[in-house]
Design a protein around this ligand. Structure first.
Ligand code: F6R
Length: 242
């Protein structure tokens, strides 16, 4: 595990952006694993700036998002398809047919999950997977207790996850109770994994991560076993680690 400690959110976003930029430049057909939530917003802004400056192109890239809420389609502002278009896809030249986000509205979600895994396999492998972390240690929407062997699957969201994410909805009632997420094994199969953690509100989570034994009760702990894993963390998030 490599740890990159940076001062603040701006530096964290730039550090993640530098790593992704390098991948995009060095690989002919890069396959990106993308996350949503508040943490990667700065990274996406930076990638858009570099694309607009002509420094990088997404013309040959493919992307796979980690997750999507069950029941929300791309027109719902709380959906991750909507988020990705708004924050990244609408502003770069990544071909729409190669920007994959799991569907939360497919009639047969189980078959959809299997097809999503097949698409990743067909793309080769994920060259770089960007992750955020939930306050309970979830990665993707793999909540505590999820098997480390899991592949893309439908999950029941923890109440704590629904509450934290209710900031993206009008009320807690509107937050879906289920989601589709890449599994932990799907994430671990990526060639490189970058976990970004920012802010004082994640200080307890960072402490728990640093002190964690590898256990399904704290899903992110498995990342310590990944051969090419970088944690990028800012000072406020690292503030409780002795
Ligand atoms: C999002 C995802 C989640 C988030 C995590 C942190 O696609 O898979 O695991 O990364 O909940 O979210 P933020 O960044 O909003 O704190």
């Amino acid at each position: 595990m490599k740890i990159l400690k940076v001062k603040n959110y701006e530096q964290l976003s730039k550090a993640a952006c530098d790593i992704v930029t390098k991948k995009i430049k060095n690989i002919e057909h890069p396959v990106l694993g993308l996350a949503t939530g508040s943490t990667p917003e700065g990274l996406y802004k930076c990638l858009i700036e570099r694309y607009e400056a002509g420094e990088i192109t997404f013309a040959n890239a493919t992307s796979f998002n980690l997750d999507e809420y069950v029941g929300l389609d791309e027109t719902h502002p709380g959906s991750y398809q909507y988020y990705m278009k708004d924050k990244l896809f609408n502003h770069i030249n990544l071909p729409a047919e190669r920007a994959f986000v799991p569907s939360g509205t497919d009639e047969d979600l189980q078959a959809h999950c299997e097809a999503y895994e097949d698409k990743i396999k067909k793309a080769g492998k994920i060259d770089i997977q960007i992750l955020g972390i939930g306050i309970n240690g979830h990665i993707g929407f793999n909540e505590p207790g999820t098997s480390f062997d899991s592949r893309t699957h439908v999950v029941e969201l923890d109440e704590s996850t629904r509450e934290v994410n209710s900031r993206f909805f009008n009320s807690l009632d509107e937050v879906p109770t289920k989601a589709v997420t890449m599994g932990i094994q799907t994430i671990m199969d990526a060639d490189e994994v970058v976990l970004i953690i920012s802010g004082e509100n994640k200080a307890d989570t960072v402490l728990a991560f640093m002190e964690s034994e590898i256990s399904e009760e704290f899903p992110a702990s498995i990342l310590k076993k990944h051969p090419n894993f970088t944690l990028i963390v800012d000072e406020p998030a690292y503030s409780k680690v002795p």
